[in-house]
Design a protein around this ligand. Structure first.
Ligand SMILES: Cc1cc2nc3c(=O)[nH]c(=O)nc-3n(C[C@H](O)[C@H](O)[C@H](O)COP(=O)(O)O)c2cc1C
Length: 129
């Protein structure tokens, strides 16, 4: 078996160069910032920039997480598709508090969103508060 710690030691992370980020020039509307960075991720060739980690809480109060695809976004929030009988669907019914994490390695940026999820028709919407 390979020595995983040796492999890890040789792996690089956050190597750049990355687009410059000017924290003094951030739009006050966070949805706008998300759209700006998401567009930048696409323009820089990030693989599957619309994949994101949805974190939920299980019935014991422990965290759970999995990767999903972002299906849409507007002023009301971020949209994802989930079967209501899936593990995450059941967890969301018991506790709608969630977070979304996006990581775009080629631009060295991540976005974390915390909020409450709710059904919109057959979709579950994540709305920031
Ligand atoms: C790249 C990628 C995208 C995925 N997109 C979705 C998705 O949009 N909706 C979904 O329900 N599961 C998606 N999955 C599967 C979930 O990660 C997960 O395995 C599945 O939904 C079951 O999760 P649960 O047991 O917590 O409900 C995706 C997996 C990967 C790797």
């Amino acid at each position: 078996m390979k020595d995983i710690n040796k492999l890890l030691k040789n792996l690089k992370s956050l190597k750049g160069p990355f687009p410059r980020f000017d924290p003094t020039n951030v739009p006050s509307n966070l949805n706008e910032l998300f759209q700006e960075w998401f567009t930048m991720a696409i323009e820089n060739g990030v693989h599957e920039p619309h994949s994101m980690t949805l974190s939920t809480i299980n019935r014991l109060g422990d965290p759970d997480a999995r990767v999903l695809i972002l299906k849409g976004m507007d002023d009301d929030g971020w949209y994802f598709a989930s079967g209501s009988n899936s593990v995450k669907g059941q967890q969301l019914k018991m506790n709608p508090n969630v977070s979304l994490t996006f990581y775009w390695s080629l631009i060295g940026r991540q976005i974390r969103i915390r909020g409450t999820s709710f059904m919109v028709g057959k979709r579950i919407v994540q709305r920031i508060f």
